[in-house]
Design a protein around this ligand. Sequence first.
Ligand code: F6R
Length: 614
Amino acid sequence: MCGIVGYIGNKEAYPILIKGLHRLEYRGYDSAGVALVNAEGNINVYKTKGKVDDLESFTKDKDISGTVGIAHTRWATHGEPNDVNAHPHYSQSKSLAIIHNGIIENYAIIKKDLIKRGFEFQSDTDTEVLVQLIEYIKTTNKVDLQRAVQLALTQVIGAYAIAVVEKGNTNQIVAARKASPLVIGVGDGEFFLASDATPIVEYTKKVIYLNDQEVAVITRNEEIHIKTISDVETTPVVKEIEMSLNELERGGFPHFMLKEIYEQPRRIAEAMRGRINVDRNRVSLAGIIDNKEKFINAKRIIIVACGTSWHAGLIGEYLIEEFCRIPVEVEYASEFRYRNPIIHKDDIVIAISQSGETADTLAAIELAKKSGAFVYGICNVVGSSIPRNTDSGTYTHVGPEIGVASTKAFTAQVTVLALMTLTIARLKKTIEDDLYKRLIHELAEIPEKMEKTLATNAKIKQIAPIFTYAKNFIYLGRGYNYPVALEGALKLKEISYIHAEGYPAAEMKHGPIALIDAEMPVVFIAPHKGIYEKTLSNIQEVKARKGRVFSIITQGDREVRKLSDFCISIPETEECFVPLLASIPLQLLAYHIAIAKECNVDQPRNLAKSVTVE
Ligand code: F6R
């Protein structure tokens, strides 16, 4: 998604802004730009389609001086990705420049009105409409920039994180947000601005998260002043961020995605630390214990999420229903928010999100809160909007996920769902003591088993190039491994651009079997658990139609191995924890196929890391 960086201080802004844009590249974008206020107070805007490197080439012979500046990576919404639609945008008189994340939904009406008043537009963007509106209000009402921004934003419907600089004002940036994140970094005599903390962390750990409808005036050598768009003063709260610069670097791996796949054993162990006791016979999650009456009495749990987080939610459904005996529904947040769902006061809504900023999930939370349900968040990014808008929750604590395709965040979400399940089941007394202890013990073993699973990397790397010919893939699994099939297929399509579909294995006969021929790779998640025999029959059906079978099996399994063209073994574990291991070879398979196809795995085309618009 679009990225914002800003700087004001005693250093040259340009190198800091460019470095910040590089740090935000993981979010996905198609053009980049920068606006600098030089010592004479002139605003220089430079922008170009393509990558931040292209912007750097473009600015080689330009005036890039100035200690105040704003910069942007754009992920096109209104208007195609080109130089003109890239941000920043000037206002008509070029006295203002703006960068914007989000969508102004009523931009067309405002634009029509401004055109009537003599404004001309260079781009197709909603953002240019906003900066023209600010300029119009500023000149007609004769107010300062902060007031003009406040008044303009009262007319706007939609989501925004914006930063504005002004000609002749070498000391100030005005920034505002609604439903799109914005963080101010507080340094020593300098301030930073960013859409997430990644560009800030190497300069300062002190940050202020702007709240919805707040407008901040960031002035050189002064305190930050914040007012709401309806002109109520608020007190900025400075928080410490936990992220370290080290966590943002690739650490010797060729791609962030591979680094994050390999981090899983350590990160999952960290996600469990302090939550499973040292004797490995007790789980306790503070968020659940503090609200135990709610969980004990819950009539239903509704899980809302998008994409990979939604797949984790499906595994949560299997876990919670099996061990806590509470009915669970798993909803796409984007559908839930618009379909007038029935939500009761004794429902618990669990929102799952890596970024904590997904627009649809946030809207689903708002809806659930309005209906009086208790809302619990499972989130990775500390201090992001979802944890701030839920009643309680659990962080996954796996560190920043930079690769666009989610890997470690997924296994961490499943881990947290498993910890929640065990905590609730114990409270509700729906689990036998022996089983409870056995599951905890096994969960605590998972990081070590993940390490063993990662040893399959070399074999997967060897097999992957064989599949670069494929135009389609089918992924099949049953029970806990049905969501794993969905997730495996999503990983492959995201980064290798090969069409892939996941199905519950038994559904194959109800349609997809028609697609199977000698060209079709079929991935089976077939551990020696649960309804193994049934999966075995499904594999036979595929082989009978000459499909090419790639299967994930339990170590020592002979039968599936015999039937498969390619086989990857994972360690034996409890059925409900198989997803934590089986998803790793699927992540690696997608990664190596994408690499063999020379795809950009960390920044796949058209994708954004954090989807802050609906
Ligand atoms: C896929 C992926 C996306 C996200 C989805 C939700 O690899 O990363 O499908 O899972 O956009 O994002 P979060 O979890 O940040 O709400």
